[in-house]
Design a protein around this ligand. Structure first.
Ligand SMILES: [Zn+2]
Length: 514
């Protein structure tokens, strides 16, 4: 168990909405909306408990640590925001009972975790996506480092240093005593007409000089006469997860396919078809979550998300709250506004199609930032860290063992940061559909993840936990250093607050459904 620096409860705060563990100095009143967003993300990711003592007399500065936002003379103008975040995290100033966070750091958080820089980029690739090169972390060559999460850890350390004898408190990162979180997700891209997908994959393999692999695929496909490799692939994934007690999230396409959508690699099946219904029934029966896999049309016009969400609800009897775009195709900012408008509560699209890395610089859930509207959207971002096809499709690596090694390398980063790893495994990766050895590799991945004891759950549950954790506040700090907590009804979760040595101190107990 990590040795967690904790926070001290803070002084006053809240003349405006943001209440920190810490008192906000008057300059904070002039924070821009983007700086407010950055401050909220930084404090949330730090897990420091924020003091909300609105209306009560401010506690003395001997009982809390105060967080100031300052303009420190830092040479950040004109430098890439990633450098700002990486270097400014080192200049969080520490004094007795006070820390000062440069405002440039807060803007850098909005630029990276809020994807403000990507939202401003007009560049598009052949699928209409914002190319990876437009991401500031890629531009700086640090996309495999969660620079924003690292900055939040630095804030936590700074508060611990500033605390002296004051009580320090941090929220335990994940439910049930888990120190990190891993989420498995699945995009259902293939349901009907499977031989067409095998043929496409054969073309890909031959064009890459993978003749031997292609021959193996042909043999496996020939052996499928009369069988259904799509359903077999789904069942193999469900069975592997069941063996390890894992529940996951499945994204379904919910539009109407045409010859044009088929050719484009967009919609290829009807969700109302018996084969698609069978998959959804099996997913729900095993306790997994269904979400919407937004087709290309959802990114082209407002309103399509709503239609597809209604269509999924009619088939699944449950209201999908999550969405991930097919091909990760979206217009950063615009697409998320439409997702929020359709009533989704989280988006799981922010990953790179061509590499496994941390697109938003975090190993965690963050609120979506709307740069054009200068506001936080009522939508959580659950960034995608790793995907089965990133190495295969874009880097020519066809050994599933290497895919898994990369997944675990990134999972290790997430585990050490006590953060969240999100992986995408396509259930159509079977021998007959072009991927010999892939199902066995998936089983090894699930086993390797489970061996590190992460919290594993569908994304709806993970985002519910994060919303709850984000809302917990301290309401009082007693003279003897005890902290009083308040928050939304924890329902099925128990929230634990730890001291600087990682020892559980206070808790908000589960209250059952309310
Ligand atoms: Zn897809």
């Amino acid at each position: 168990m990590a040795n967690l620096p904790a926070m001290r409860s803070g002084d006053a705060a809240p003349r405006h909405r943001r209440r920190l563990v810490i008192r906000i100095a008057p300059a904070a009143l002039a924070l821009s909306p983007a700086e407010e967003y950055g401050l909220g993300v930084l404090v949330d990711l730090s897990r420091l408990v924020v003091l909300d003592d609105t209306g009560a007399p401010a506690p003395s500065s001997s009982s809390v640590v105060t967080l100031y936002t300052g303009t420190l003379a830092t040479p950040v103008d004109g430098t890439p925001s990633v450098q700002a975040v990486a270097s400014l995290a080192e200049v969080i100033a520490v004094a007795d009972g006070a820390v000062t966070v440069p405002r440039a750091l807060l803007r850098g958080v909005a630029d990276i975790a809020g994807a403000a820089i990507e939202q401003a980029s007009p560049a598009r690739d052949r699928y209409g996506r914002t190319p990876s090169a437009a991401n500031p972390l890629v531009a700086a060559g640090v996309e495999r480092e969660p620079v924003v999460s690292t900055a939040s850890a630095r804030l936590r350390e700074a508060v611990a240093q500033a605390a002296g004898s004051r009580p320090v408190r941090v929220l335990a990162p994940w439910p049930d005593g888990h120190r990190w979180c891993a989420a498995l997700t699945h995009d259902v891209d293939v349901v009907a007409a499977w031989p067409a997908f095998t043929a496409l994959r054969l073309v890909e393999l031959v064009s890459k000089g993978q003749g031997r692999l292609a021959a193996g695929v042909l043999a496996a496909a020939a052996g499928q006469t009369g069988g259904d490799p799509v359903w077999a692939g789904v069942r193999a994934v469900l069975d592997a997860e069941q063996r390890y007690g894992v529940t996951s999230t499945w994204f379904m396409l919910c539009g109407t396919p045409t010859a044009a959508t088929f050719r484009a690699g967009d919609l290829t099946y009807r969700p109302e078809s018996p084969a698609a219904r069978r998959i959804m029934r099996a997913v729900v029966a095993r306790g997994h979550e269904l979400g919407l896999h937004g087709s290309f049309a959802t990114g082209d016009a407002a309103g399509v998300f709503g239609e597809q969400r209604v269509r999924l609800r009619a088939l699944s009897a449950a209201d999908a709250v999550g969405v991930r775009q097919h091909y990760l195709r979206m217009r950063p900012g615009v697409t998320q506004r439409w997702m929020a408008g359709a009533g989704f509560s989280y988006d799981a699209t922010y990953g790179f199609p061509d590499r496994n890395a941390f697109r938003l610089g975090v190993v965690d859930v963050v609120p979506a930032w709307d740069a054009a509207g200068q506001r936080t959207l009522p939508l959580d971002e659950v960034p995608l860290v790793w995907m089965d096809r990133a190495q295969s499709k874009y880097q020519g690596i066809e050994d599933p063992g290497q895919w898994i090694a990369d997944a675990m390398a990134l999972a290790d980063v997430c585990r050490r940061a006590e953060g969240l790893w999100v992986g995408l495994w396509h259930p159509n990766l079977t021998a007959a559909l072009g991927f010999p050895g892939a199902p066995a590799a998936f089983e090894r991945l699930v086993a390797a993840l489970a061996a590190e004891h992460p919290y594993m759950a569908p994304l709806q549950r993970i985002t519910e936990w994060r919303s709850l954790r984000r809302a917990v506040r301290a309401t009082a700090v007693s003279a003897d250093g005890n902290v009083t907590l308040a928050g939304p009804s924890p329902r099925a979760f128990e929230v634990i607050v730890e001291d600087a040595d990682g020892r559980p101190r206070e808790r908000l107990a589960a209250t059952g459904p309310t």
